[in-house]
Structures are given as structure tokens and as C-alpha cells.
Write a protein that binds this ligand. Structure first.
Ligand SMILES: O=C(O)[C@H](CS(=O)(=O)O)OP(=O)(O)O
Length: 238
């Protein structure tokens, strides 16, 4: 039976051998939630960058540029890190490619590329991710983007939610990280948004961008789509 493990922070990735496994990178607030939303809104593909300057340069190649540092949109780009940037009609995104850099999410993706497959998870596409990894029938590691190397509640909650969805087809009992995430997910019921009000990230976001981002990012199964890393870019899996 395949296993599901959870890496609480990219800093812990050296402890994991990703070869032969599927990495599910998660940054609920907000990078992977925004990337799932972007592809669902008709973005053709997404290229993540760690450096802001390299991301900005992609505008010359016709890319929309999205960049955020410490929760705030960077200067001189088209979009920040809010999923509503792809929904509110302010920027026409249908049929466009996006170059993106964020504080934690893009780094977590880059550090996960040793895996057999790298996909993006969010509450917004939880069911689609569960279906995808079931079809792969390989061990799974949920890679939490965390915050600047630290543990965070919201990404760990996603790990618990995915573990619950994959029971009983996956072994979710072999790792204390998964057991803890499952307990956390149960503790957050029935109102994940209310539970997350105490999290550090939500307090930061409420100071920076509107509370509507958090309410949106905790919606379950809004999109039946899985972003997957293919040839240096993220596309919607077939
Ligand atoms: O934009 C976000 O929500 C965060 C910024 S931070 O964690 O508050 O610095 O970036 P992300 O890369 O999506 O975690």
C-alpha cells in the first residue's frame, strides 16, 4: 500500500528522498491556491522564479508577471499573490502565460523537483489531487511551503485533509507528521476558516490584504484541476 508522509517545511526536505514519490507542494496562503485559480481561469502555464528580477524580465517574452514579497505585490509587475487577481477582471488572464515569484511557494516548488512528479495542492483542488495521486499509486510526500522555513498551520491542515481523503487506500499511520496533521485537521472541524483565524499567516494577511483571500483559499473542491510540473513549467494535468 502506498504511503503518505508530510514534510512540514522545505528546510526539512533533505530528510526526505523524493525519488520514486509524488511531491504535492502546498502553500495554502497563498501561492498554490493562486496558481490553481490561475490555471482554472484560463492561464496556459506558469513559470515560477525565485528571483524577482528574473520574473520581471519575462514580461518581454509576453508573460504576465506576478510577484509578491512579504505579502505585498512587488513594484512593476501585473499581479500579486491574491487568487482574486485571476478572477476580478482587472487583468485579462485567459490564454496568457504567467511568470511568478512569491516568498515561500515558488521556493518549495523548486526544492521538490527531485520527485517523480511534482503537483500543486490547495483546498481548492483537494479532491482532484486525491484522485490524481490514487491513479499514480506511488508514495506521496506533501511538501508544506510553510513560512520562511517555519512550520505553518494551514499547509499542515491540507496534509491532514489529503490524508483523510486517501484513507483507506494509502498508509497514513507510518509517520508521526501525518498522524499530527490528521489530528490537526480533525481539530479544525467543522470550521477551518474560524480555526485558522489564530494562525500567524492569517494575522499577517489581514494586515496586508483583505480577509476575503483566506475565506476563498479554504474552500474545498472548487476546481477539478491539478497543476503539474512538466518541462520547466506548471500546466493543468490531463
Ligand atoms: O503572499 C502570501 O500570502 C505569502 C507571503 S508571506 O508568507 O506572508 O510572506 O507568500 P507565499 O509564498 O504564498 O507563502
Amino acid at each position: 500500500m502506498p504511503t503518505l508522509d508530510i514534510c512540514f517545511s522545505p528546510e526539512l526536505l533533505p530528510l526526505f528522498d523524493l525519488r520514486g514519490r509524488v511531491a504535492v507542494v502546498v502553500d495554502i496562503l497563498r501561492a498554490t491556491s493562486s496558481m490553481v485559480t490561475a490555471l482554472a481561469a484560463g492561464v496556459t502555464h506558469i513559470v515560477p522564479f525565485s528571483e524577482l528580477a528574473a520574473c520581471r524580465l519575462m514580461a518581454a517574452q509576453g508573460y504576465l508577471t506576478a510577484a509578491e514579497r512579504d505579502g505585498v505585490q512587488a513594484a512593476g509587475v501585473d499581479l500579486g499573490n491574491s487568487p482574486f487577481g485571476y478572477l476580478d477582471g482587472g487583468v485579462a488572464v485567459q490564454g496568457r502565460a504567467v511568470a511568478i515569484t512569491t516568498t515561500n511557494g515558488t521556493r518549495a516548488i523548486e526544492l521538490s523537483l527531485a520527485a517523480d512528479a511534482v503537483i500543486l495542492g490547495a483546498f481548492l483542488n483537494l479532491g482532484a489531487v486525491a484522485d490524481f495521486v490514487r491513479r499514480q499509486n506511488k508514495d506521496v510526500v506533501v511538501v508544506c511551503a510553510g513560512w520562511k522555513g517555519n512550520f505553518c498551520l494551514e499547509d499542515t491542515l491540507f496534509g491532514g485533509a489529503l490524508a483523510q481523503r486517501l484513507q483507506p487506500d494509502f498508509d497514513t499511520t507510518g509517520s508521526d507528521a501525518t498522524l499530527a496533521a490528521l489530528d490537526l485537521w480533525h481539530a479544525a472541524q467543522p470550521d477551518v476558516a474560524a480555526y485558522l483565524l489564530k494562525s500567524a499567516h492569517v494575522r499577517r494577511l489581514n494586515n496586508l490584504e483583505s480577509h476575503q483571500d483566506m475565506a476563498f483559499c479554504v474552500k474545498l473542491d472548487a476546481y477539478n484541476l491539478v497543476p503539474i510540473w512538466q518541462q520547466g513549467r506548471l500546466v493543468a494535468a490531463e
